[in-house]
Design a binder for this molecule. Structure first.
Ligand SMILES: [Mn+2]
Length: 313
């Protein structure tokens, strides 16, 4: 065991003698947060340090689904922290609930001073992977169930290993781990890419990711879907829903985006209240906030200028 690991063990051991040692993730915990908690509890228990996981807010739907499939029951973790609790923060670095922070292991870089006797914040694809590495450094041999959690956290926290925040080595570790453990890579990838379930009714698929924008008094509504399996028939049914929605919304435009994260492309459908649809195809996975909406704003202001030109003086 290296000095850093020894320091972590010493801090945890002392803290557990002072009061209840509580491991917690960020609010509305995602898969990485919950996995980090479970791995941290395993590490502490390896050292005979009693700790319990407390999640003060409900886990995201995806985390519930993924944890269930990986054999982790999150329901007993739902509880509140208390002021006297000794907190171990994972996957976040500022206490959101009562308690005294003693340990923090996170992968979100910050310029702020982080409270705690043991603080480890390193850029890494998933916090759970960082905890997994600590387990190895502690001389533990994490079992398959624990390793599965670290692999899943890496896939889900990094857009299926595509995010710029994951290093090539980490991605390789996740791929090899998934293969070695016989995990369903297609499932991990689909969850990581946050693909929408196309068996939902068109009314639901038309309304995913809804956002409203105001461009100088002109209201634009936008929704989007993530899939690599859109069919012309389903699209037609979604557009029919959107024609009605566009008319009833009072917005001057409804922008619907179909993102295909597998083939890295997007298609944009501009629906006007009169029911017309204009199509723009992008050969990249386009960002709504960074690319599409500025384009929409520009074309709206151009149209406004043109409208003024045509108006009789
Ligand atoms: Mn995370």
């Amino acid at each position: 065991m290296d000095g850093q690991i020894q320091a972590l063990r010493a801090v945890a051991t002392r803290a557990a003698q002072r009061g209840r040692l509580v491991i917690t993730g960020h609010d509305e915990p995602d898969t990485d947060s919950v996995a980090s908690c479970v791995l941290m509890r395993a590490l502490l228990s390896h050292w005979d340090v009693q700790a319990q996981i407390v999640l003060p807010t409900f886990a995201e739907a995806q985390a519930k689904r993924v944890m269930q499939r990986l054999g982790v029951d999150v329901s007993p973790m739902y509880a509140q922290t208390e002021a006297a609790d000794q907190l171990v923060l994972v996957d976040h670095h500022s206490a959101l609930h009562p308690g005294h922070v003693v340990i923090c292991v996170d992968h979100h870089p910050t310029a702020c001073r982080v409270e705690g006797e043991y603080v480890q914040i390193a850029p890494c694809g998933a916090c759970a992977f960082q905890v997994y590495r600590l387990m190895e450094r502690a001389g533990m041999e994490p079992d398959a169930a624990l390793k599965r959690l670290a692999v899943a956290a890496l896939y889900l926290d990094t857009v299926a290993l595509r995010s710029e925040k994951i290093s090539a080595q980490e991605a390789q570790w996740a791929r090899e781990g998934a293969a070695h453990l016989g995990m369903d890579v297609q499932w991990l990838t689909a969850e990581g890419l946050q693909m929408d379930d196309l068996t939902q009714p068109p009314e639901a698929l038309a309304m995913t990711g809804k956002k409203a924008y105001d461009f100088g008094g002109r209201r634009v509504v936008s929704t989007c879907v993530q899939t690599d399996a859109m069919t012309p028939a389903l699209l037609e049914r979604i557009l029919a829903v959107l024609r009605t929605a566009a008319q009833e919304s009072g917005a001057c435009l409804w922008v619907y985006l179909v993102h295909d994260p597998v083939n890295l492309r997007s298609v944009r459908y501009d629906i006007t209240p009169d029911g017309r649809v204009a199509i723009t195809r992008y050969d990249t996975l386009v960002s709504r906030g960074k690319t599409v909406m500025p384009q929409v704003e520009q074309s709206l202001s151009r149209a406004a200028v043109k409208g003024e030109d045509q108006s009789p003086v």
